[in-house]
Design a protein around this ligand. Structure first.
Ligand SMILES: Nc1nc2c(ncn2[C@@H]2O[C@H](COP(=O)(O)OP(=O)(O)OP(=O)(O)O)[C@@H](O)[C@H]2O)c(=O)[nH]1
Ligand SMILES: [Mg+2]
Length: 590
């Protein structure tokens, strides 16, 4: 695929084929599978590209999107500014739709956008997101641009941006040429972007501030090469502010110099050549599996059923009842097994967290011996220095816990769960096979391959450590600032042993006071990761159970109205085979 137009054409063809397969499955009694397939087709039909612009505050995310729009629509300023997710989409007339935290969405004027998304004081407006419609060619191709609140400025808003990241097709991480990569930026890149299966673009913004200084440029490129280029992402140097001015003044040469056009070109190219395939592949695979299910499971059974007499079918219906109930029970049992495994994994990680807290006082005390005071600094600077040092230490220590303790237990837990699931699924399939009395291979399901990704344990572990840090850093500061020792130290010149102990204890107290909340965050995170797997397995089982019953109902209905079903079955089978071939051809195009 080379263009958005081609993507849309292939997508339309895919949607049509998927819907057609669903219709034939329905004829054969595959009602439940047909319905879920239609849902997949509906989602695919609307599946455009989402590009999220993220990065720490003030890096120029909003300015960059404004440069694309060619006008100052999104609020930008020197202080932290964007507080609410803003989605820029295509519309013939510029306008906005506001989605408040509570209540119905309502339309608004683009001039009032600031009121709905800008941070006022410390608080963001009570808005969950805003859609901004604009006659932008890029969006007309089916691209949504997402402006996000700056990372690490406020924990809640950071969470919002991270959630959005999971739904994106590409992420543009905006950095500043004028600032070295911060520790938290590197953390974000390593913990979030490296594990994402989406495209990463790194934009060194504010290039205008250095572009006349060869030495600065050389240093910047060196920095970029050593820290970023080992990752898969593409790196760009540009000036969003220059691009915005050039767009407003319609100055082509200035726009070209800003670096914006080549960045946009490569973004478009990535979406059409790489990302579009990924978006199509999963639904096409699902459709292919469904067609096989129709060909190998539903249609042979439909043939067998229609040969039986009405009495035979009614007897089978009676016999089926308890067997289906047993299957529903195995489905429930399996869900319980998954829940138990999550609980086991969680208990292991809680143990690791508690161990960390128990060792914390001693370890931080030893480390803090190396703290040396900034010379000639005022009270505020000393205080900032100290809290920063302890935060940094906590972040690093948690990073180590993630690698050494969380990741191994999560890996172990997942691998045990995987074994249990494989056994239970085979058992379930055997039960179904017995009921259907057809020699078929039900295990064409790609279920586990798609869910069990080796990088998940590491990803979950790192994210957990970041969650713990994010939720406890403020409390650590508060506990430390409450200390008489800190006040004394700020006035004095050195940090002595007694103070080191007090600071360490303050850190331990802070973490202990947050323990319950931290565990809840860890649980939520783990569950979030397991939910899709749990649902996928449950849906598969549910579809098989319900369709087994539905086929019988249909066979009885056929008998009752004395229709000749062979032709319908033959027709559905023939079409499913044809569509299966069509799908294989589509795969080649993708
Ligand atoms: N010199 C220069 N300044 C820029 C550039 N891009 C943005 N700025 C300035 O940087 C400041 C912050 O820009 P924003 O676009 O609000 O930054 P942001 O990343 O959206 O910030 P938050 O929404 O707070 O996270 C503004 O004063 C911009 O004018 C650039 O390319 N060059
Ligand atoms: Mg902004």
């Amino acid at each position: 695929m080379q263009t958005f137009k081609e993507y849309r054409q292939i997508r339309e063809r895919s949607v049509a084929i998927i819907n057609e397969i669903a219709a034939h499955l329905r004829t054969l009694g595959g009602e439940t599978k047909a319905t879920s397939l239609e849902m997949t087709a509906n989602t695919l039909a609307k599946n455009d590209f989402r590009i999220i612009f993220c990065g720490e505050f003030k890096r120029g995310k909003s300015t960059l999107i404004n440069a694309l729009l060619g006008q100052k629509s999104l609020p930008m300023k020197v202080a932290p500014c964007t507080g609410v997710i803003t989605e820029v989409k295509y519309g013939q007339e510029p306008n906005i739709i506001v989605h408040p935290l509570k209540g119905e969405a309502f339309p608004g004027r683009i001039e009032d956008l600031r009121d709905y998304i800008a941070i006022q004081g410390n608080d963001a407006p009570e808005v969950s997101r805003v859609e901004l419609f604009f006659p932008l060619e890029l969006c007309q191709k089916g691209i949504t641009l997402i402006d996000s609140p700056g990372l690490n400025e406020d924990w809640r808003r950071t969470q919002t941006s991270l959630t959005e990241l999971n739904k994106a097709d590409a992420v543009v991480m905006v950095l500043s040429c004028e600032m070295a990569l911060s520790r938290s930026e590197m953390d974000f890149i390593e913990s979030r972007l490296l594990h994402q299966k989406i495209g990463s673009f790194f934009v060194w913004n504010r290039y205008d501030a250095v572009w006349n200084d060869d030495q600065e440029i050389a240093a910047l490129r060196e920095r970029s090469q050593s820290r970023l280029e080992q990752h898969d992402g593409l790196v760009y140097y540009l000036s969003a502010r220059e691009a915005l001015v050039a767009q407003i003044r319609k100055d082509e040469a200035r726009l070209l110099k800003s670096g914006l056009p080549s960045f946009v070109d490569s973004l478009e190219q990535f979406l059409t050549t790489k990302r579009s395939n990924i978006k199509l592949l999963a639904p096409l695979k699902e459709a292919q599996k469904a067609a096989q299910y129709g060909i190998h499971v539903l249609s042979p059974r439909a043939y067998t059923l229609q040969k039986s007499s009405l009495i035979e079918l009614q007897n089978e219906e009676i016999a089926l009842q308890p067997r289906l109930q047993a299957l529903q029970q195995s489905r429930k049992d399996l869900q319980e097994l998954i829940d138990e495994s999550i609980e086991d994994i969680l208990n292991d990680t809680i143990e690791a967290l508690d161990h960390f807290i128990s060792m914390l006082a001693q370890e931080v005390c030893v480390a803090s011996e190396a703290v040396s005071l900034p010379q000639a600094s005022n009270r505020q600077e000393r205080q900032d220095f100290l809290t920063r040092w302890y935060h940094q230490w906590l972040r690093n220590a948690l990073g180590k816990v993630a690698v050494d303790a969380f990741a191994p237990s999560i890996r172990q837990g997942f691998s045990e769960l995987q074994d249990v699931l494989n056994i239970e699924r085979t058992k379930f399939h055997n039960q179904i096979r017995e009921i259907l009395q057809i020699e078929i291979h039900l295990d064409t399901s790609p279920l586990l391959d798609s869910v069990w990704d080796d990088s998940i344990p590491q990803f979950v572990a790192t994210a957990m450590a970041l969650l713990i840090y994010g939720s406890s850093a403020d409390t650590v500061s508060i506990h430390m600032l409450g200390l008489g020792a800190l006040r004394a130290w700020i006035a004095g010149t050195a940090i002595d042993e007694l103070e080191q102990i007090k600071f360490a204890q303050a850190m331990v107290d802070a973490l202990k006071s947050k323990r319950a909340a931290l565990i809840q965050e860890m649980r939520n995170h783990l569950e979030e990761h397991c939910t899709s797997m749990r649902n996928e397995i449950d849906n598969e089982m549910n579809e098989l159970i319900l369709d087994t019953k539905k086929q019988l109902d249909i066979a009885i209905a056929w008998q009752e109205v004395h229709t000749e079903p062979q032709e319908q079955i033959a027709d559905a089978l023939h079409n499913l085979k044809r569509l299966h071939t069509d799908l294989s051809e589509l795969f080649d195009d993708v």
